[in-house]
Design a binder for this molecule. Structure first.
Ligand code: WT7
Length: 583
């Protein structure tokens, strides 16, 4: 494929002037050195994400700098300085203590992007708890699966979301000690408490207990193809990657106004919507509202955003809706734009350049990686359409994966293979909670296998080719087909289901379900509507299929598993590959 490079003048990182560009940063990089830029090790608190993100700034020159500027959906603004955030997160840590929550216990959140979510995350890190955010657009079924699998001890949510998505199965969560309601004025029952009340009663002084870099800090669920969602375990040491990527990839510098548009229900919203900007000591914009092209342009302008991290699905919508009027916004403060989550087309990179004043820098990583692994750097040439170069300190490769043998690295350029990362970076996931076998299966020798297919060009840039499995990416969100199929087959009319992603110009992929019916059922419009509604109610709009196709017999392999690949190939009129096994 021919690529056209957008040349940008290489600039130096003001934070570390001894690292002039990508090549030099890579050549001199050592993970051990990163500790020197952070605080805490070896004595004192150890390495605690909240100490690095909040307390060390609150006790230093940045104390009165705005850490988080929160915009409500109706455009009221609340600002939290580093000093203020320190006191609030101390209160949260203290209230966990009052509730007799143990270190290592899981603290789940199910709410929109409200300040309490951010305070709970950072307060949980301080206390030594494990923060586990759930996406508020999940329906009751995905919420139940994740609360149950994480063995959550505490759930933080709102009255409405609790009633809608949790109350019905509260009795099936024996580990859940407390539900803390962010919007209840008074305690509702012995284990359903008012968060504001608890805040009022908690001291704002707290000293972070010694934290080992390998203490568990974050649990993020990610979808599999063959089973229910898996909880990827991350530790406090991940903060080294948050810091380094904040610096080299996002180019965060003191004085920056940074806006990450992701929701903490997904890993980007935690790593870059909470942790990285604070660790780098900048002001982080949190928008509590939903996507709206006009609103987003207004935020970029009025908040004087300097660095922006967003996603291809949003960029596509902006490209489609950005009218001349929107283009009149003054975006002169914007200096750097990055994207993540799904392929960023070369024309989107150039659209950034034309309309926003800067080309968009694609970045690649996964829930399991904990932080950006491959990127187009501000200090290196952009290759539009490519994911970029590996982070300093990260070894990425294309490997061949012969069955049962150790992966072998492909050295020639432009060969499609499995994208793999050499194990051992600080933000690498340390397990899938309670699923050692699945964890072990993610590796081949030293190599972590991403599940993505990619190729590397002669200059070391990586190009995304596709997923190597059946995972669906819709609006940048991962959907596991199994989770959807298992809800569909609970509908009384459905015998079997196969769920795939179909190409969609806006969503990237849209979730589509192929369904065979139980004997005697008529595949009519009413049943179609009923199944769609059923799935939407149980799964929520972020996960539910958009489309259902009735099919008398679904193709299956000898083991009786529905062959999703074949469904997809047939539907898209693609070559069907080896079809010798379906019955
Ligand atoms: C999968 C991981 C971690 C950020 C959010 C996603 C796809 C991610 C890119 C990109 C093409 C991408 C991959 C990857 N993906 N970034 N720049 N170009 N595809 O985290 O939900 O764990 O998804 O997202 O398929 O494996 P995630």
């Amino acid at each position: 494929m021919k690529t056209q490079a957008i040349k940008k003048p290489a600039h130096t990182f003001t934070v570390r002037p001894n690292l002039p560009n990508y090549e030099a940063a890579r050549a001199r990089f050592s993970w051990a050195d990163v500790y020197k830029d952070l605080d805490g090790l070896p004595g004192g608190v150890g390495l605690n994400i909240a100490h690095e993100a909040v307390d060390r700034h609150a006790d230093g020159p940045l104390r009165d700098c705005v850490a988080i500027r929160w915009l409500s959906p109706d455009d009221t603004v609340r600002e939290f300085t580093y000093a203020h955030l320190k006191r609030l997160t101390n209160r949260f840590a203290n209230l966990l203590k009052t509730l007799d929550i143990q270190r290592g216990d899981r603290i789940c959140t199910l709410c929109d992007r409200i300040p309490d979510l951010y305070i709970a995350a950072l307060g949980t890190f301080k206390y030594g708890g494990v923060f586990c955010p759930l996406f508020s657009a999940f329906g009751p079924e995905p919420v139940f699966q994740r609360l149950s699998r994480s063995r959550a001890a505490v759930l933080i949510t709102t009255e409405r979301l609790f009633a809608l998505k949790v109350a019905g199965f509260r009795h099936r969560l024996p580990h859940l000690k407390y539900v803390l309601l962010t919007d209840a004025d008074r305690h509702v029952g012995p284990d359903t408490l008012s968060l504001p009340r608890l805040f009022d009663g908690a001291s704002d002084r707290f000293s972070i207990p010694p934290t080992d870099p390998n203490d568990m800090a974050i649990l993020h669920f990610t979808s599999g193809t063959t089973g229910f969602p898996k909880g990827a375990v991350h530790v406090h040491d991940a903060v080294r990657v948050h810091y380094i990527t904040g610096k080299y990839v996002l180019d965060l510098r003191p004085g920056d106004i940074f806006w990450c548009t992701a929701d903490p229900g997904w890993v980007t919203g935690t790593a870059y919507g909470i942790i990285a900007p604070l660790v780098c000591g900048v002001t982080s914009i949190v928008d509590g509202g939903d996507f709206d092209a006009g609103r987003w342009f207004r935020i970029l302008e009025s908040q004087k955003v300097t660095v922006w991290y967003t996603a291809p699905t949003a960029i596509r919508r902006l490209m489609r809706t950005a009218s001349e009027a929107l283009r009149q916004h003054d975006l002169s403060r914007l200096r750097h734009i990055c994207s993540v989550g799904e392929p960023l087309a070369a024309d989107a990179v150039r659209w950034g350049s034309d309309v926003l004043g800067h080309p968009i820098h694609d970045t690649w990583w996964q829930t399991e990686n904990g932080g950006i692994m491959i990127a187009n750097y501000p200090s290196a040439e952009i290759r539009p359409g490519s994911m970029g170069l590996p982070l300093p300190g990260i070894e990425a490769a294309i490997v061949r994966k012969p069955d049962g043998k150790t992966a072998e690295v492909v050295t020639e350029p432009d060969v499609t293979g499995h994208l793999a990362l050499r194990s051992g970076w600080p933000s690498m996931f340390r397990g899938y909670l309670g699923e050692n076998e699945k964890y072990a299966k993610s590796f081949s020798g030293d190599w972590y296998l991403s599940g993505d297919l990619a190729r590397r060009d002669a200059d070391g840039y990586f190009w995304f080719v596709g997923r190597g499995d059946d995972i669906i990416k819709t609006s940048g969100h991962m959907v596991g087909p199994f989770e959807v199929e298992s809800v569909l087959t609970e509908h009384p009319a459905v015998a079997e289901a196969g769920v795939i992603g179909l190409p969609d110009p806006m969503l990237g992929e849209r979730v589509a379900a192929f369904v065979s019916l139980r004997p005697g059922m008529t595949p009519d419009a009413a049943l179609h509507r009923d199944i769609l509604g059923f799935a939407r109610k149980r799964l929520g709009p972020a996960v539910a299929p958009r489309e259902i196709v009735f099919q008398e017999i679904l193709p299956k392999n000898r083991a009786g598993k529905v062959m999703r690949r074949l469904l997809k190939a047939r539907r898209l009129g693609l070559p069907q590959g080896d079809t010798s096994t379906p019955e």
